[in-house]
Write a protein that binds this ligand. Sequence first.
Ligand code: SF4
Ligand code: SF4
Length: 308
Amino acid sequence: MAPEEAKKEQKWINEQLCVPMAHTCNLYCVYCQNPPTGAPASKVETTAAIKKKRIKAVSLEGAGEPTVSRDFFDWIAALKTAGVRNFMLSTNAVALADPKFCRRVEKAVDYFTVNFPATDPETYMKATRSVKFTSAVKGLENLKTLGAEHKLRLFHIIFKGNYRSLPLFADWVIRNHPGLAFVNFTFVRNSGRVNDSKDIVPRYRDAEPFLKLALAKLKIKGVKAVVQNIPLCRLRNFEGFSFEFQRWRRGDQVLEAGIMEKAENPACGRCPLEPACCGARTDYLKIHGNKELISSGKKLGSIRPEAF
Ligand code: SF4
Ligand code: SF4
């Protein structure tokens, strides 16, 4: 993609509005932060508000999987009529296994964020409680066949059932989707279905070595990656991959809107990295305590951001 085009794309991605049109799901992820309610959003009210605010870019998401809503394409049509020009879709890719449906979606959507927690059926089952691994893989392959791999961000939630496989996940991406936009590793949040479970939320320090190996593998092969919701002191020498650090560098609020604030910690109070760090949240500390947070001797200016 030409630099000018990439700049335009980054601009609308940064400015997009979330449209919570999903209300049911074809998976049942153990770590789901925002489980389906079964109550659909009002298309009329949503599109009227979007028209009034002159919103030009949206992300289709919500409590559930957007592609299983029967009126998925009606939503897109209504949003286009309201003036929306760019669409991002947050999906688990299962429905994209149907090539005809995938082609239609690919034509309508500019960017895909795919929740993909595993590269083997067993781990996928642990994460999603479903046997739809093959369909999700097929959905990703269909996007690739359509030439849309560069429009793909793989969203990999790190939880207790997959953290040891992070390097294998990196190998799989390198082998199968080296042309994707980037991989987003996000540490599971203790909310929604997680419900204070130590069986779902690992300790940062347990996931750390596996995550670093995965990041190193991807970097060597030129595949971009970011890490979300892991404190900078648990990314020592890999701090430049931190999504929150990248946000701080470009002058944005470190935590995205709607994300729970970081908890106060004695170590953070004397840490020079605090302004650019996501810290730990109270929901994590409730399970594992704060012993893993260690004030850094580094200066923020000495951290080199990774390509993202
Ligand atoms: S995390 Fe996403 S794919 Fe999984 S159950 Fe929740 S809404 Fe569905
Ligand atoms: S001590 Fe606190 S502020 Fe410093 S890197 Fe760790 S979590 Fe972030």
